[in-house]
Design a protein around this ligand. Structure first.
Ligand code: PAF
Length: 281
């Protein structure tokens, strides 16, 4: 497996890959089984001749001023071992100054999907995501790129980015990988205290409660919302709800009545750890 740290070397690597299929797994590092599942899926898709690349870059543009950019976990050696074991051929791990010019003045702004859910409470977050993903797609020119569905909104926005800018890349969403107790894997789970960790699976349970209610015929978003909030209040008292929402999975618009394409999504803070999860209803 090759480690590349500069744009110059990445371009050379891309030229060498030529017409072989290139599959990209963009990450911010601090890799866990959720990420290695994406790399393993890429390996299967790429076959013997395709090239599997992962990027590891904690993107400052997608963090707000009071968010965890500085203390976001970084462990390149461990990440490289995980990438190698999962079957990556190359890892791109650039420094911030390699990716962004000090006087950069261009960013990519999605103006609809990114105003809802996480975008409403993290202004500018998805501009940062779109900008870095567009740059990565531009540099790698991948045939395919793989993202996890835990970040449902992120994937929807990147699909829109690719569609609206006619980027020749096929996107694949992979199901969320979970701990045995249902907690969605996340690099931020390591911020949880033992007591918070015990309560965190309530996010998944609250979503399952909403889906069960939906399957039993409840269609009112207000009622589904209430079911999730009640569950969280009872089982995750250390959590502070950022949002709990029933939305249309295609537009991310809040719904008042759920028919098809319902999505339940939530974000909960445990002190500084902001955890998200979602379920299609
Ligand atoms: O999902 C992530 O890890 C990041 O948002 C991404 C897509 C790598 C962009 O920085």
């Amino acid at each position: 497996m090759t480690l590349i740290e500069t744009v110059h070397d990445l371009r050379q690597w891309r030229r060498k890959a030529g017409n072989h299929r290139v599959i990209l797994v963009p990450t911010m590092g601090a890799l866990h089984a959720g990420h290695t599942t994406l790399i393993e899926a890429a390996r299967k898709m790429a076959g013997a001749h395709g090239q599997v690349a992962a990027s590891i870059f904690v993107n400052p543009l997608q963090f707000g001023p009071n968010e965890d950019f500085e203390r976001y976990p970084r462990d390149l050696d461990d990440d490289l071992t995980k990438c190698r074991e999962a079957g990556a051929d190359m890892v791109f791990a650039p420094a911030v100054k390699e990716v962004y010019h000090a006087d950069r003045s261009i960013k990519i702004i999605e103006t609809s999907l990114s105003t809802k859910l996480c975008g409403a409470s993290r202004p500018g977050h998805f501009d940062g995501v779109c900008t870095v993903v567009a740059k990565l797609f531009h540099l790698f020119q991948p045939d395919d790129a793989i993202f996890g569905k835990k970040d449902f909104q992120q994937l929807a926005i990147i699909r829109r980015l690719v569609r609206d800018l006619d980027m020749p890349v096929t996107l694949h969403g992979i199901d969320t990988v979970r701990e045995a107790d249902g907690l969605a894997m996340s690099s931020r789970n390591r911020y949880l205290t033992p007591e918070e960790r015990l309560q965190a699976p309530a996010l998944r349970q609250a979503l399952l409660a909403a889906r069960n209610a939906r399957q039993q015929g409840v269609t009112g978003a207000h009622r589904l919302d209430e079911i999730m909030r009640d569950y969280l209040a009872k089982h995750a008292p250390l959590g502070r709800i950022d949002y709990v929402e029933i939305a249309d999975a295609r537009t991310l618009e809040a719904l008042s009545v759920v028919q098809d394409h319902g999505l339940a999504a939530l974000a909960v803070f445990f002190n500084e750890a902001r955890l998200i999860d979602n379920i299609e209803l």
